[in-house]
Ligand binder design. Structure first.
Ligand SMILES: Nc1ncnc2c1ncn2[C@@H]1O[C@H](COP(=O)(O)OP(=O)(O)OP(=O)(O)O)[C@@H](O)[C@H]1O
Length: 719
């Protein structure tokens, strides 16, 4: 507490000493002797340097170190009188009121202006520690922005063309108000036709040039944007397809599709269009300010005084508007998700008669979105009102002072008209500049989300190199412990060990939810066990080359997913140069050939979206053919019985048994079909409870025996 008070006392003493030193120097700089000795400009700049050094040293001595905000303030504060005076003398050959002498009013004006500028800087580009989080975010935005700019490299020619036309358009547009004022002056004074026609001609030429250039600029930039969007979409898509399955389970589908469709477009469009608007507005603003200066530098300074107020208002508005927009977008994504879910599961909705319930749920989500939208719009209206009021106040001031200057002969009526046209544009331009700068930083956040996925390293590595010429197909599960990443609390497999031998059929049986499908997922490397390892021919799965491994292992899941396209496309999915004989052979083994032949277009029949034009059993058989056509070393059938009748299942198993040295893993509920398996494994609570042949397990009278009896009772129980 005492330390804090001491620090405060030091700060107050520092302030008093610095102000006294500075005031003395400021007054001394006004002494006539210095003017005579050093000349006008030299004395101004020397005094600025002296004041800067003196106040900096005093502050350093008392405070020990200087914060960036204080350095900026001191620099602006010491240099402002010199800059202001030099500018006035060079540009207008006049001396300002603060030029020859130095009084307290000038000193206070410069101090106030510097403090305002430093605070404005601090709010827009913060430096202080309290704002460190926000500063970091802005720095991150800049890095992201530069990355987007680099990604535009293939389209630099288009961008360059766009920039050239942009500059031409700005130059042309800038001169139109100037000639408007000129026409008014010509009409108002001694009318000369030649002058009038020349002014009209130039106005026409500039208008035409401006429109042409603006059109070309827009066209070139749109081309650049669409080419960029295509490139980044492909990059993102590639990155997404490499992610592990757990990623897709933890991230909502709506979020992924929104990244792919919306954020990629936003990244390309906003950055490119923002740069376009930013440059155009910046050039226009600079040009306008210099033209306005030439019309009346005093009125121009008056107009520029509005800038910090507008900037601050814009900054506050942007922060709230962006936050509410983000919340609204999230709410919209949730609304779309719920609609998608219902469309996807419309059969369930209909059969459970929950149409009304789903409509109410959708309405709830819509209400949430609507309320956020209303709040966002209210913020916008308040901002617009404040903006209009400041603009109006400024226009009244301009008219008041403009009339005074006309009376004093410092400007003509035409000049004032041109000035007012420029001023109304300038206000919009300055607002656009502040807005675009903020918006650009915010919009690159969309790019940030896209890059987050592009840069994401899949948690299951695909860096294995092993591609042996010969593969036996011996699988060993060694002491696996596993919990799904989306539910890490629940251990699904516990010290799970099992051996699958080449040329043998292993069947996993057991009650539902005990971990059979999980064994298959781990063997496919869809997930990585937390402990233990799965070996293939004695080597860890992750040491095998990703493509090699997935050519050697084929899975037919409970509900195989087909993709739109023909039956042939689906069977040969991911393969090139696959002969018709090979396709047909696989289809025969899968008991699919006969039904395909009865179709009008045979193997060229379209299966529809997700195979929707085929029955469940037909989809299943095509899924089996797709697995077998690869001639894999290891085949996994995950409860194919759920959609196949007993006859089809028997045929499929016979077909598979005819492949020599294939390791076959079957998960089955219908125990009858796996009686002939070389090894039957009962999985319970994530562990191997029993294993052996059908005969051995029946003799043991354990779990398998019990399961068989339960199923037998189920089948024979009176309906
Ligand atoms: N993707 C997942 N995320 C989280 N938990 C999961 C996931 N998939 C399965 N589980 C859980 O893991 C446990 C084992 O599931 P698994 O699908 O392996 O059982 P199963 O024996 O194959 O059952 P079934 O015979 O019904 O297919 C279950 O409790 C299940 O709820």
């Amino acid at each position: 507490m005492a330390g804090k008070t001491e620090k405060k006392v030091y700060q107050v003493i520092a302030l008093i000493v610095a102000v006294s030193v500075d005031l003395s120097l400021f007054y001394a700089s006004g002494f006539a002797v210095f003017h005579r000795l050093l000349g006008g400009f030299a004395h101004l700049w020397l005094s600025a340097a002296l004041r800067w050094s003196a106040v900096t040293v005093v502050s350093l001595l008392f405070l020990g170190h200087l914060k960036p905000l204080l350095i900026r303030f001191l620099t602006a504060y010491s240099l402002l009188p010199a800059v202001f005076e030099t500018g006035t003398r060079v540009l207008y050959r006049e001396q300002s009121q603060c030029g020859p002498g130095a009084d307290v009013r000038c000193w206070m004006m410069f101090a106030g202006a510097s403090l305002g500028a430093a605070l404005f800087w601090e709010i827009t580009i913060p430096d202080s520690q309290e704002e460190a989080g926000s500063k970091q975010q802005k720095q991150r935005s800049r890095v992201l922005f530069m990355r987007v700019v680099r990604l535009y490299r293939p389209d630099y020619a288009l961008l360059l063309g766009g920039l050239v036309f942009l500059s031409l358009a700005v130059i042309c547009e800038m001169f139109i108000p100037f000639y408007t004022g000129r026409v008014i002056d010509i009409l108002g004074s001694h009318y000369k036709q030649s002058e009038f026609l020349t002014a009209l001609l130039f106005m026409g030429l500039y208008s035409f040039g401006g429109s042409m250039s603006a059109g070309c600029r827009g066209g070139l930039l749109i081309c650049a944007i669409s080419s960029f969007a295509r490139r980044i979409k492909v990059k993102l898509f590639e990155a997404l397809t490499k992610q592990e399955i757990a990623f897709f389970e933890t991230v909502r589908t709506g979020e992924i599709t929104s990244r792919l469709s919306k954020d990629t477009n936003l990244t390309g469009r906003t950055v490119c269009l923002n740069v376009n608007v930013l440059l155009r507005t910046f050039l226009k603003t600079m040009g306008m300010i210099s033209l306005m200066m030439s019309l009346s530098w005093k009125l121009t300074f008056l107009v520029l005084m509005e800038t910090p107020i507008t900037g601050l208002m814009q900054n506050i508005y942007d922060t709230h508007y962006q936050r509410l927009s983000q919340e609204m977008q999230d709410a919209m994504a949730r609304t779309n998700d719920s609609a998608n879910e219902v469309v996807f599961g419309i059969r369930v909705v209909r059969s459970f008669n929950t149409e009304k319930h789903e409509a109410d749920r959708y309405d709830e989500r819509l209400k949430e979105t609507q309320s956020l939208k209303t709040r966002r719009d209210i913020v916008r209206y308040i901002y617009l009102l404040a903006r209009r009021l400041t603009g109006l106040g400024m226009q009244v001031l301009i008219l008041y002072y403009g009339r005074l200057f006309i009376q004093m002969g410092q400007m003509t009526t035409g000049n004032l008209v041109s000035f007012i046209i420029y001023q109304s544009d300038l206000g919009t331009n300055i607002r656009t500049l502040t807005y675009i700068f903020g918006d650009m930083l915010n919009s690159v956040m969309a790019a940030g989300k896209v890059f987050e996925y592009i840069d994401r390293k899949p948690q299951i590595s695909m860096d294995g190199k092993r591609k042996p010429e010969q593969l036996e197909g011996r699988i060993s599960y060694c002491g696996l412990n596993f919990a799904y990443p989306s539910n890490p609390e629940k251990t699904v497999l516990q010290d799970f060990s099992l051996e699958l031998k080449p040329g043998q059929v292993t069947a996993l049986v057991g009650p539902s939810g005990e971990g059979k499908s999980t064994c298959v997922s781990l063997l496919q490397r869809l997930y990585e066990p937390q402990e233990g390892e799965i070996l293939l021919d004695g080597e860890p799965l992750k040491s095998y080359d990703h493509h090699f491994f997935h050519r050697k292992i084929a899975v037919v899941s409970q509900e195989p997913v087909l993709f739109s396209g023909s039956i042939r496309d689906n069977i040969t999915y991911g393969l090139t140069n696959c002969s018709q004989e090979r396709i047909e052979e696989a289809a025969r083994k899968a008991n699919a050939h006969d039904f395909i032949k009865t179709l009008e277009k045979g193997y060229d029949t379209e299966v529809g979206e997700s195979g929707g034009q085929l029955s469940k059993s037909e989809r299943q058989r095509i899924g089996i053919a797709r697995a077998l056509v690869r001639e894999p070393k290891i085949v996994i059938l995950d409860e194919i019985t759920s959609s196949l009748d007993a006859e089809s299942e028997n045929k499929v198993l016979q077909g598979l048994a005819s492949c020599p040295n294939q390791t076959l893993l079957v998960i089955a509920h219908r125990l009858k079909t796996i009686e002939k398996a070389d090894q039957i494994v009962v999985v319970r609570r994530g562990q191997v409870e029993e294993k052996g042949t059908h005969q051995e397990l029946m003799e043991m009278q354990g779990s398998y025996h019990k399961l068989r009896n339960e199923l037998f009772d189920e089948v024979n129980s009176p309906k």
